[in-house]
Design a protein around this ligand. Structure first.
Ligand code: S3P
Length: 173
């Protein structure tokens, strides 16, 4: 089985995926990290030197190759991964693939992302917390169409990672 965690930047996909993989004794992959290794460049640099379209095409290729393998896997997607092309449609119809959306409130995301904006190309131009919150609100509104197609949706606000992991395990097994 391949368990794919999706959600906005700052929703905790990577941290939860890592702990979930330990609990299930599955392999863990963070898609952003896999892209960085494949391209030998940070995400910020990739956006800067090659542009977002290039990043999105690599993101899709690296994901496709990860899904080809037969091992059990917990995979943290990038925040935008399911929001391009037919990917979400494809993922929800692929046997053996389970998609789980980690949903967080705008305030939670704003507070988490405010200190990390310089490493995230999509929000690195923002310096004001209110502007960030506004950006997230609009962006999330656009992306919700894709996120809501996930097989399962979990609210993560104010929950410790282990509680989220327990909820996912209870949902799936
Ligand atoms: C992106 C989210 C990032 C990374 C890239 C683009 C997005 O991943 O893939 O900066 O479009 O939301 P995280 O959600 O893991 O931060």
């Amino acid at each position: 089985m391949k368990i794919l965690l999706l959600g906005y930047m700052g929703s905790g996909k990577s941290v939860v995926a890592k702990q979930l993989s330990k609990a299930l004794q599955y392999s863990f992959v963070d898609l952003d990290t896999a892209i960085v290794e494949d391209q030998n460049q940070s995400i910020a640099q990739l956006f800067k030197t090659k542009g977002e379209l290039y990043f999105r095409s690599k993101e899709r290729l690296v994901l496709d190759s990860l899904l080809e393998g037969s091992e059990n896997l917990v995979l943290a997607l990038g925040g935008g991964t399911p929001c391009y092309g037919d990917l979400m449609q494809k993922l929800t119809h692929t046997p053996g693939v389970i998609t789980i959306y980690l949903g967080a409130e705008i305030d939670t995301l704003t507070n988490r992302l405010f200190s990390q904006m310089h490493t995230r190309p999509l929000i690195s131009h923002i310096s004001d917390k209110e502007v960030l919150s506004d950006f997230i609100r609009k962006h999330l509104f656009e992306r919700n169409f894709y996120y809501q197609q996930a097989h399962y949706k979990i609210k993560v606000d104010q929950k410790p990672v282990q509680e989220i992991v327990r909820e996912i395990v209870a949902l799936l097994f």
